[in-house]
Design a protein around this ligand. Sequence first.
Ligand SMILES: [Zn+2]
Length: 401
Amino acid sequence: MGRPLFDGQKSIATLSLEALGKTHEFEDSTLHLRSADTQWERGSTFGPPIEYPEIDQALHSVLRETLENDKVLLSLAPAGIRLALAQDVAREPEETFWQLKSRLSEIRKRREQPVALRLIQGFEKRHGMTFPPELRESLERELVEDSPGHHFRYFGSTEHRSVLEALERQALSLAVNRYLLETKQRGIRLYQRFFPRFYREYAAGMSFLFPHTPNGEYKEKADYGPDIIFKLDHPYTHSNESRNGHTMFPGRMLQHKIIALMIFFHEYAHGIFDQILSRPNQGWHRHEAAYDAVNEGFATLLELLLIDKLVEACIELGLSDRDIRDLKEWKRQHLWSLKKKKDTHTWGTFYFWHKIYKRAGEEGMLRVLHHLDAKYLLSLRFDYQSHRNNLLLGEELISRY
Ligand SMILES: [Zn+2]
């Protein structure tokens, strides 16, 4: 019996959050922030800091605990997500910028006060003590203070209007990055298990864009190397991954975790293709060479082959009936989209890879990968929007391999 695919295990002990350029280290389910990261500054840009030694000390204790305890920190994340979504829906044309700003600041205040109170009460409970009433009141104010005298900085240069805002932002990026890392870990495990001969390890950054029509993108950045970008309509977190969301294809909604996994698996395949063909890093590029069309067909076939393998190994992987239904639905939606919508990406090159697979299996695909001429394919300009071009390219490839 293997490890279940969606078991919520946090065995990402040594993975670092490269996407954020930070190094939080995971150990089991506990996140340890380096002590240097828990330093906090205030008042730096607006005159000398106001000194309240007693409050400072108490606040620092509450904050340090919050930062060291990822459960407390992550409990702030859903609030951050709600607020981010509220900001997005607030874009009404008749609302002036200043009206919007003050409205959001009101939303924030209403939300922050109870959170501040919860943090302080939680601290008291865990330590079996009670702050004197005046100190508790000051702590609460300090946490939610929204005045030019208090600007806080955590983990980089972004300024926040209150301590809680900074914590909330931090919690949100933690939740999102943890989710990305877990998705990556699942995807890599599946490559190692089901496509060991295709699998190439490469340093792929993971980033996250929302709100957006769900989709994924594989991008080569000149300075950073490959980056897998998740464009989603909702900031996924571990806690909401089994909820339903839209896919990029027309059809039924599927569980977030399935969508994220399929996006990752597909985008990672683009990098494998690059690795095997030793594509030179040219920095950011538009999809305009035949090379990209062949890569697209390859990633799409690998993605669909994975679904068959997952369904076959569903018991071993601990997949639920809902997982299986969603995987099959993803495949149906993707195939439908390729055929009916004449998805510009790839019908011809997908068909080419499928032919190779039918004829000689994965062995044959590998052989072709090693024979493809990257330089030639990169030099062949290709109208990415043309379905017909893709078909012609597919036919040409079929006649050659
Ligand atoms: Zn693709």
